[in-house]
Structure formats: structure tokens, C-alpha cells
Ligand binder design. Structure first.
Ligand code: NAD
Length: 251
């Protein structure tokens, strides 16, 4: 049996991943703002650092890390959105990867909206950890730019870590969900700014249905398994064909 650390196990996609890992008999530590082994607000750098220190001591050998916690475009505080979605993954992985060894697996949760960010400056600033630059442009950015930017930056950060980690026997990959029915998307669908657009968006999914948390958990199961041992640095779109529909020539 393996030992996994995950963020965002309280609801939605993360709750499905959590259920499967627990049912399979693995040891699992969940970090979340609610209903977790470690109740932490991932926008709080100090609380996150303290949790990492405690977890690192408590779990000297970790087989896998899954960073799933996130908030959506409509989240009222754009800086916190970036901190939860981007730093909430980077800090957890950086802080715990030292407890991983050969055969380890790391999965970050990006999004198929990652390519939609219109601010290369935001992506650069996130990757450079330049929060002064971020604060300078934040007012000019939409919530969607911040959300998609956080998801593009985490995918790029993941790829920058890939070779070094792979040489240590640790594979890191990202899943990029499309529209998945969870509390997060329900909240956006109920937001009057986005509701109508969401309905049309869901109707346009090529496979003809919205995604379910199980669709993402299936991929996570595979990426955690021995069968994925040659997969490293991939961004796996799980979106019913939506990205291919919008960006057919991009690979
Ligand atoms: P969700 O709202 O059900 O789950 C998000 C989880 O993050 C919850 O457990 C929540 O408590 C936790 N969380 C929120 N703020 C936090 C904070 N400040 N500190 C710690 N934990 C916090 O949403 P979901 O749809 O299951 O989303 C899971 C991940 O998948 C997110 O990263 C999201 O961006 C990503 N994603 C979702 C979709 C989708 O369509 N649902 C699409 C693409 C990507």
C-alpha cells in the first residue's frame, strides 16, 4: 500500500480521487480548507508552510502527491485565486518532494482553459515568483485570465520540473479537465455573469455530455499506477474533445 498526500479532497474531483485511494487501502493525508486531515487555507503562505513542515515529519516516505485544490474564475479575490491555484500546488510539491523517491508520482490539476490566458506577463511573473509584478497588473486582468493563467502557469511549472524529477525516478504530470460537473462549476453556472455562456459551452462538448469527477479520477488512477512509468511531463486533456475542437492544430 502507498502513501499519498493530496490537496482539495473535500469536494468535487478531489473527493472522488480521495474516495478511491481510501477504498483501495492507501494511506492518505488530505489538505483542504474544510473536511481534511490538515485544514489549511492554501492562500495563506504561513499556514501552508506550517502544514508542510508537519506533514513532512509525519510522512517520511511519500509515494505520490496530487494537487487538486482550486477556485474558479468568479472567486472574488484574484490574488488569492492565484495563490490557491498556483502556489497551492508549487509550495506543496516543493515542500514534500524531498520525502519522495524512485517510483514516485506527482499529479497537478491544470485545466483545458489553460491556453486561454491572454496575459503572457502574468504567466512569466508566476513562473518567476514575482509577486510585485503580479500586483502591478492584477487590476487589468479578468477573473478568467487569472484562473486560466494559474492553470497555464502550473502546467508550465510542471514541465520545468519534469527532467530533474524524472532523473530521480519521480514522474510529474498534469491533468487538464474540461467541463466537469462539481460544486466549482455549479457555482460558476449559477453566477449571472457566466450562467448563459456555460450552458452553451456544455452543449458544445463533442462527446455530448459534461465530464464527471470519475472521468478525472480514472486518469489519476492510471497516472499513479506502474502502467504510467514512461509518462512524464504530459498535460493530459480530459475534456470530451473540447480542446481539440477549439485548437485543432495545437499539440
Ligand atoms: P471543487 O470546488 O469541488 O473542489 C475544489 C477543492 O479545493 C475543494 O475541496 C475546496 O474545499 C478546495 N479549496 C478551495 N479553496 C481552498 C483553499 N483556499 N485552501 C485549501 N483548499 C481549498 O471543484 P472541482 O471542480 O472539483 O475542482 C478541482 C480542481 O479541478 C480545481 O483545481 C479546478 O480548478 C480543477 N478544474 C475543474 C474543472 C471543472 O470543470 N470542475 C475544470 C478544469 C479544472
Amino acid at each position: 500500500m502507498a502513501t499519498y498526500i493530496m490537496t482539495g479532497g473535500a469536494t468535487g474531483i478531489g473527493a472522488e480521487i480521495r474516495k478511491r485511494l481510501v477504498n483501495a487501502g492507501h494511506t492518505l493525508a488530505v489538505i483542504d480548507i474544510k473536511d481534511a486531515d490538515y485544514c489549511v487555507d492554501l492562500s495563506d503562505r504561513k499556514a501552508t508552510a506550517e502544514a508542510i513542515e508537519t506533514i513532512a515529519k509525519q510522512y517520511p516516505h511519500i509515494d505520490g502527491i496530487i494537487t487538486c485544490a482550486g477556485v474558479a474564475s468568479h472567486f472574488p479575490d484574484k490574488r488569492k485565486l492565484l495563490e490557491i491555484n498556483y502556489l497551492g500546488s508549487v509550495d506543496i510539491i516543493n515542500g514534500l518532494v524531498g520525502n519522495m523517491s524512485q517510483g514516485g508520482r506527482i499529479i497537478t490539476v491544470s485545466s483545458n482553459s489553460a491556453p486561454q490566458c491572454t496575459s503572457p506577463a502574468l504567466i512569466s511573473a508566476l513562473l518567476d515568483n514575482d509577486w510585485q509584478a503580479i500586483d502591478g497588473i492584477l487590476d487589468s486582468l479578468s477573473g478568467h485570465d487569472c484562473y486560466s493563467g494559474s492553470k497555464q502557469a502550473i502546467a508550465k511549472w510542471m514541465r520545468r520540473q519534469t527532467p530533474g524529477l524524472a532523473r530521480r525516478g519521480i514522474n510529474i504530470n498534469a491533468v487538464a479537465p474540461g467541463y466537469i460537473e462539481t460544486p466549482l462549476t455549479q457555482a460558476v453556472a449559477q453566477d449571472e455573469r457566466y450562467g448563459e455562456a456555460i450552458k452553451k459551452f456544455v452543449a458544445s462538448i463533442p462527446v455530448g455530455r459534461p465530464g464527471l469527477p470519475e472521468d478525472i479520477a480514472n486518469a489519476v488512477d492510471f497516472l499513479l499506477s506502474e502502467q504510467s512509468s514512461f509518462i512524464s511531463g504530459s498535460v493530459l486533456f480530459i475534456d470530451g474533445g473540447h480542446d481539440a475542437m477549439f485548437r485543432p492544430d495545437h499539440i
